[in-house]
Design a protein around this ligand. Structure first.
Ligand SMILES: [Zn+2]
Length: 298
């Protein structure tokens, strides 16, 4: 089984020592994927116009020229340096490239991305530019797709993506998340499923199996952009749900199998995953990537 993997070495950018954002996990994911049979693709930086299509142009300009106000950097959760700005643009280019590759071959994955808290006005919650939204808007503008579905299974709601595409009938947004988790004030997605704390594998997978086929059948997307965050895991530092390793693997298999059975390509992004041991988090992401690649090859 071969699959298209998008990666750039500058997806990793330095943060202040001891920062809680697990930047090292992206390098760890690539080391774990070294033996995998993937075609590596290197993205280009998303041009400012792509970013301005979904974010306030003043915000985009401030990120790119290094003049972002301290309170907005605090909302994002880390200092927005030149390297972080470059990383954020590359990840947007990467999700767009993964989407283009998925349209050609059925499945592709970006080795970062899923920055779903960045909204029309700017970044938040470790997200600078919303790569899912940038890619979706660009694909629509290019005429590469006519309708899109964003499937966001990160434990946190995809509030930025929902806000960006509110009133855009060509993009449907689906978010299934822990009700009591960040963000406190939820946006309105096309379809939201708020889960109680401690939701486990069986209940989670039953709900997903009810929701996803119906959404695809109702919306008939040309592409699914998948935010495959592993933070619904029981041991995640920021999650409140209780999925196991096997539960997450079945989830990712289910998303790709369901989409592919309906002829819909899937471009996946890593999304969230938090804990002290970066290798454990990277292993969670890699198990999901390989489960998706296997499902796509079936
Ligand atoms: Zn998350």
């Amino acid at each position: 089984m071969t699959f298209a993997l998008v990666h750039h070495s500058d997806y990793t950018a330095p943060l202040p020592p001891g920062h809680s954002f697990p930047m090292d996990k992206y390098g760890a994911v690539m080391r774990l994927l070294e033996g995998a049979n993937c075609d590596l693709h290197v993205p280009e930086s998303a041009p400012p116009a792509w970013l301005e299509a979904v974010h306030d142009p003043d915000y985009v300009a401030a990120v790119l020229d290094g003049s972002l106000a301290p309170e907005i950097q605090r909302r994002i959760g880390f200092p927005v340096t030149d390297r972080i700005a470059r990383r954020s643009r590359l990840v947007c280019g990467g999700t767009h490239l993964a989407a283009t590759l998925a349209l050609a071959s059925g499945f592709a994955v970006n080795s970062a991305g899923g920055s779903h808290h960045a909204g029309p006005g700017g970044g938040a919650g470790y997200c600078v530019f919303n790569d899912l939204a940038v890619a979706a808007a660009r694909l629509l503008a290019e005429g590469a797709v006519h309708r899109l579905l964003v499937v966001d299974l990160d434990v946190h709601q995809g509030d930025g993506t929902a806000a960006i595409f509110a009133g855009e009938p060509r993009v449907a947004t689906f978010s299934m998340h822990a009700a009591k988790n960040f963000p406190v004030r939820k946006a309105v997605s096309t379809r939201d499923v708020d889960l109680p704390d401690g939701t486990g594998d069986v209940e989670y997978l039953c709900i997903l199996a009810d929701e996803l086929p119906a959404l695809i059948d109702a919306h008939r997307p040309d592409l699914v952009l998948y935010q495959a965050g592993v933070d619904p895991h029981a041991d995640d530092r920021l999650g409140r749900l209780a999925l196991s390793d096997e539960g997450l693997r079945l989830r990712d298999d289910h998303v790709v199998t369901t989409c592919r059975a309906r002829g819909v390509p899937v471009a996946a992004t890593l999304g969230g995953g938090y804990g002290r041991d970066v290798r454990v988090i990277a292993e969670r992401h890699v198990r999901g990537v390989l489960a998706m690649a296997e499902a796509a090859a079936r």
